[in-house]
Design a protein around this ligand. Structure first.
Ligand code: SAM
Length: 293
C-alpha cells in the first residue's frame, strides 16, 4: 500500500480527521522520507546494529523508510486513533514497535535503554508536530537518552533559528541552547506541497549531531539561565535584560561581569555565541561569589 498517494491516505484516515491539535501534516512525498532515513541514520557498518527512535509516526510513511534502513525502530504516537492504521501499514515490519504516548511526558532515556539494548547506536528521526517543536526538541536534547543524532523536520523559520550565527536576526535563545548539545546542520528544504493537509509554510530538515560532552565549561543551570535572561527582552542591553533574570544581583555587578569578559557595557545578548555565554556565566559565578551573593 502506497502511503504517499493522496487517495490512499484519505482512505486510511477514513472518519479520522487530521487533528490540528496534534500538528498532523503527513508526508505525501516519495523521496523525502527516504532522504531523512538515509541522512538521519549513521552509515551502515558490518556487525553494527542501528536503532531509530521516531516521534509521531502518523500513518507510518516516514516509519517505513526508517524501517528499511534501521535494524530496530520504536515510534511514539500520541494519537490513539492512529494505532489501528499503523498496525496495518507497518504489518510487514516486525522490527518496528509503536508505543502510544505523549513524547513530552515519557522518560526517553528509559525508553531507549529498554528497547534498544541490542543496538550499537540509536538515532532519533522525526517529522515534528509544529505546535510543540521547540519544547519537544529541548525535551529530547535534555532527556539524557544516548542518541547519536537528532534529525528533525521543522518549519523553515525554526530551521533558520537553529542554524543562525550570533548577530543574525534569527539567532535566539533556542540557537544557543541547542548548540550546547550538538552540531546543527541544515540538510534540505521541503515545500509545503509535500504534506497533507498542506501547511501554510515550507519546512526544512535539520540534523543535530550530539556531542559526547558539552562543548563549553560552565555550570549548566546558570548558563541556561543567562541565555534565557539575555533574550527575554531583546530590545534591551544585555545588562538590563539580565537584571530581570537575576533580580538578586545588583546591576553594577552584572555590568562588571560583562565588561570583565572584554565586551562593551552596552552589548546586546544576540551578539554572544555559546562560548561567550559560557564565559559570562563563569564571570557571573565569580562576581557573585566575591560579593557573597
Ligand atoms: N511522521 C508522520 C509523517 O511524516 O507523515 C507524521 C508527522 S506529523 C507532522 C506529527 C505527528 O506527531 C502526528 O502523527 C501527531 O499525532 C504526532 N504527535 C503530536 N504530538 C505528539 C506528542 N506529544 N507525542 C507523540 N506524538 C505526537
Amino acid at each position: 500500500m502506497k502511503l504517499t498517494d493522496i487517495g490512499a491516505v484519505k482512505a486510511l484516515m477514513g472518519e479520522n480527521a487530521f487533528k490540528k491539535q496534534y500538528g498532523q501534516n503527513f508526508l505525501i512525498s516519495e523521496s523525502v522520507p527516504r532522504r531523512i532515513a538515509s541522512l538521519g541514520l549513521p552509515p551502515k557498518a558490518r556487525g553494527k546494529r542501528r536503532g531509530c527512535l521516531e516521534i509521531g509516526p502518523g500513518i507510518g510513511t516516514l516509519t517505513r523508510a526508517l524501517a528499511e534502513e534501521a535494524d530496530r525502530v520504536v515510534a511514539v504516537e500520541i494519537d490513539e486513533s492512529l494505532l489501528p492504521i499503523l498496525a496495518v501499514t507497518l504489518a510487514d515490519y516486525p522490527h518496528v514497535t509503536v508505543i502510544q504516548g505523549d513524547a513530552m511526558k515519557l522518560d526517553l532515556a528509559a525508553l531507549v535503554k529498554e528497547h534498544f539494548a541490542d543496538c550499537d547506536s540509536v538515532a532519533l528521526c522525526a517529522n515534528l508536530p509544529y505546535y510543540i517543536t521547540s519544547p519537544l526538541l529541548m525535551k529530547i536534547l535534555t532527556s539524557g537518552a544516548p542518541l547519536s543524532s537528532v534529525t528533525v523536520m521543522v518549519q523553515k523559520e525554526v530551521a533558520q533559528r537553529l542554524t543562525a550565527s550570533a548577530g543574525q536576526a534569527a539567532y535566539g535563545a533556542i540557537t544557543a541552547a541547542v548548540a550546547y548539545y550538538g552540531k546543527v546542520s541544515r540538510l534540505f528544504e521541503v515545500p509545503a506541497g509535500c504534506f497533507m493537509p498542506k501547511p501554510k509554510v515550507d519546512s526544512a530538515v535539520v540534523k543535530i549531531e550530539l556531542y559526547p560532552a558539552p562543548p563549553v565549561d560552565a555550570d549548566r543551570e546558570l548558563l541556561f539561565r543567562v541565555i534565557k535572561g539575555a533574550f527575554a527582552q531583546r530590545r534591551k542591553t544585555l545588562a538590563n535584560s539580565l537584571t530581570t533574570a537575576f533580580p538578586h544581583i545588583p546591576r553594577s555587578t552584572l555590568a562588571e561581569a560583562i565588561v570583565s569578559c572584554g565586551w562593551d557595557a552596552n552589548i546586546r545578548g544576540e551578539a554572544l555565541s555559546l562560548a561567550d555565554f559560557a564565559a559570562l556565566a563563569n564571570a557571573l559565578a565569580n562576581a557573585t561569589a566575591k560579593a557573597g551573593l
